[in-house]
Design a protein around this ligand. Sequence first.
Ligand code: IPE
Ligand code: IPE
Ligand code: MG
Length: 254
Amino acid sequence: MDPAPEEAGTPDRLPRHVAIIMDGNGRWARARGLPRYAGHREGLRAVRRIVEHSVERGIGVLTLFAFSSENWARPPMEVRMLMKLFMSALRAEVRRLNENRVRLRIIGERSAFAPRLQRQIAEAERLTAGNDALLLQIAANYGGRWDITQAARALAEAVQAGTLAPQAIDEAALAARLSFADQPDPDLFIRTGGERRISNFVLWQAAYAELYFCDSLWPDFDATAYDLALADFARRQRRFGRTGEQLETGEARP
Ligand code: IPE
Ligand code: IPE
Ligand code: MG
């Protein structure tokens, strides 16, 4: 039986970092005979709810997949609408984020965005930089493969500059050059919308994330559905390659 939602957030079983693929906006709209854009707008309301609930639950880092490297392939009208929504949301939400002491960071290849949007991103990050209740990372024009590739390029540049020996390249050296190297890897990876795939979201960093798939479309995802995911996470035994017996006897702690 599922534990009551209030049990979901017992501190020792709480993920430090939750990463979410917010999927299902289009289907939510289509089910109502609305344009896809209406689903994205409703999805923004879900973002507000989930950010606020993350603060309430004491989550440290929340990473939301908002626009993938591959989403440029959508109809131009939808891409334009998504960019407009992104810009207006940045403008409108910063004050609320500040009130909730949320720090904002955008991860992804931002040079593809219009200069005005890039300036707005930098400004929002600067304004919220001192906040400590939650780090909200929005993945925009983000792809897990892009992230690993840009880290590999940074390693190559360091080798070329003579500051890094090829023999010194290990997992830690690559990990240190990924987008959010200063944060713990995601512990809990949620995808809404019913599909069971990763769609090029955090690849390297999700190596040991607990995966949770739920059928709710993103605009319907609420605090109760989120608590169910947290409760499910709290019941998992994370072994990191060890045996269950090792963990139960306390012989080895990950
Ligand atoms: C996720 O919802 C939002 C983005 C990818 C921007 P979708 O737009 O993918 O919604 P579905 O999957 O078509 O329902
Ligand atoms: C993943 O959703 C990207 C985001 C939620 C931003 P998609 O809807 O683009 O993924 P696929 O195409 O179904 O794999
Ligand atoms: Mg989708």
